[in-house]
Ligand binder design. Sequence first.
Ligand code: AP5
Length: 221
Amino acid sequence: MRILVLLGAPGAGKGTQAHILARHLGLPRIATGDLFRAAVRAGTPLGLEVKEFMERGEFVPDETTVRMLLERLDAPDASHGAILDGFPRNRAQASALDESLAKRGSRVELALYIAVPEDELLARLSGRWVCQAHGHTYHEVAYPPRVPGVCDVDGSPLVQRDDDRPEVVRARLENQLGGLREVVDYYRPLGILRVIDGRRPIAAVTADLLDAIEPKPYWRA
Ligand code: AP5
């Protein structure tokens, strides 16, 4: 089972890169934020439970998040592994993931931290548009769709996320950066943390991620 973890602050480009890596590596992308948003849209008990946390830009409680993530990892399409986008977000989630993977005889292969300075995150999130069907991501200035308001990949309408309002974005950054530091500190001593410069263009970030995941032998570099 191949488990790759994508780490980064809100707006660092985890979702953008996870979609691309999923296609390259033939692994499903599992994004806790998308799973929560789908539950909110569908009005399920999980959705009702998590809605307020998301609207305030806070973490959903660990117990709920870990249970949902582990259930999703049990789905047949994840039997060979997955790219985790937005999980783990704190030390408790990281160690719950390790415990559960150990029971399956597996472990996290790499934790890929996409690093972007805080001032750029705000600009990225306020210009973001996301496709309603599959969450493909655009930016109105940096990465606009070919036809305004329409997803290049699946033709579905583009919408702005409720939690991309400036006041919620600030709360998300405030509430979540501490957890991100915990997770980075958790993986660093294990020797599986790779830090990627997320300020570069999307294609360059993808290339750096793929190099970290599957380094070329030195004679082919
Ligand atoms: P979630 O949906 O995971 O949101 P997030 O972590 O805040 O991350 P984002 O989706 O906002 O950003 P991203 O890094 O994916 O950036 P993107 O690729 O879109 O979580 C939402 C909420 O759910 C959380 O706030 C929390 O409440 C809850 N939650 C989720 N997981 C949880 C957990 N494990 N525990 C507890 N609660 C949890 O890119 C952003 C923009 O930048 C786009 O417009 C894009 O086009 C642009 N862009 C991307 N890359 C580049 C680049 N290289 N250069 C220029 N622009 C770029």
